[in-house]
Design a protein around this ligand. Sequence first.
Ligand code: FAD
Length: 476
Amino acid sequence: MSTKNFDVVVIGGGPGGYIAAIRAAQLGFNAACIDEWKNEKGGPAPGGTCTNVGCIPSKALLQSSEHFEHANHHFADHGITADNVQIDVAKMIGRKATVVKQNNDGILYLFKKNKVSFFHGRGSFVAAKDGGYEIKVAGAAEETLVAKHVILATGSNARQLPGAEFDEELILSNDGALRIPATPKKLGVIGSGVIGLEMGSVWRRLGAEVTILEAMPAFLGAADESVAKEAAKVFKKQGLDIQLGVKIASVTKGKDSVTIAYADAKGAEQSLVVDKLIVSIGRVPNTIGLNPEAVGLKLDERGAIVVDDECKTNLPNVWAVGDVVRGPMLAHKAEEEGVAVAERIAGQHGHVNFGTIPWVIYTSPEIAWVGKTEQQLKSEGVEYKAGQFPFMANGRARALGDTTGFVKMLADAKTDEILGVHIIGPFASELISEAVVAMEFKASAEDIARICHAHPSLSEATKEAALAVDKRTLNF
Ligand code: FAD
């Protein structure tokens, strides 16, 4: 067994880890990344949850199912006849696998290009050694690495519902939900968060009857209330049955079905029988196999690695980023932390602004926001002005045939600085970037209102929302 020395060893090759390793290498460090994810042939599949069973495959299926829905329901408006539209689910899942593989291969190429040494296997702490750390890699071959700096990016796993353990056949995590072999007739989803809504939307568009059971009394509690209200209205119209304030009593597996007994919001006992059940009730930080005890790495009561604002753990020269630490479980947050940590190791001042991290839900319509919601500003006693513009009044949205939703901008009542932007509507995931840039540069609503936006474009709705802050919309 050989021992290899590195300046920086990253454990975990998801968006937090692989980006940290590349940035460290760019900064001149001898960097390595260890990742244990296996493709179906047992080979390496770097990219973590995001690439393999998260962001990327879910968007591939959302795209396929949206095409199907358009062909079935919207082509006719354009004068296009598409009779007897069929979906080949196996082919759709196959395409998704190809997209995932392209991303896996892309990361391996990036490692090569940036001279990052990649190790396929499980990385675990052995001991602190010579002012650094000894790390064992257990893979096809066993290796020992010694690192001056360690960046932990071991991600998260789907949270289990006690009594409804994942078997990925009938009771599915995000993993199983992304490879259901045929559209189920009835699909149950426990949890109406981002993952539940996205997965529910995919299979609803393909013809499943979808019921989403949510424990919280409010729908999309983290979003601006007006956006959440609009989303609930649209999703209901689309046929998603979203039941709030429910209490799950039991989940029982049959031969080909799952029965969920629950109390509804009024306390009445209900029973739901479905062909498949997706449980999406959040994710738990993952340190399985890392052997944190060997070096005294501190975890909190949720199992997350304890870090300070700079992602430093309790151990010298050991850092942690992404889903395994506090903060939003988002790929772009993990990436930004990865870059910031590599730069801090190099003595620079890497920084992540938590106030301008965008949130996106890739349903149809898409939902995206950045900054504070109206209810947050109210509870913080901040005086603000609000401007809203509907896509119904936007020429490009009308041409697209997708006029649902609006852009809402919140600005400080005195300084006019933008405090939050909330979008529900077509391409909200792309439109939100303008708001993120504006907030990062501390722009005022007036700045956006005075910037020339291309016509006809959806982004004009953002400009009009900024004009609406000053009560002077031009097109509504
Ligand atoms: P991960 O991506 O989880 O990567 C961790 C990696 O470390 C994994 O490859 C794991 O195998 C490896 N690992 C763990 N322990 C070890 C060890 N001891 N040795 C070696 N390797 C190890 N976020 C978004 O921003 N946008 C989205 O659209 C989005 N969609 C999502 C959809 C779904 C269905 C899911 C489940 C998540 C989605 N997310 C999305 C969240 C996103 O996937 C995560 O926030 C992101 O992957 C976190 O990155 P990470 O690098 O911290 O961890």
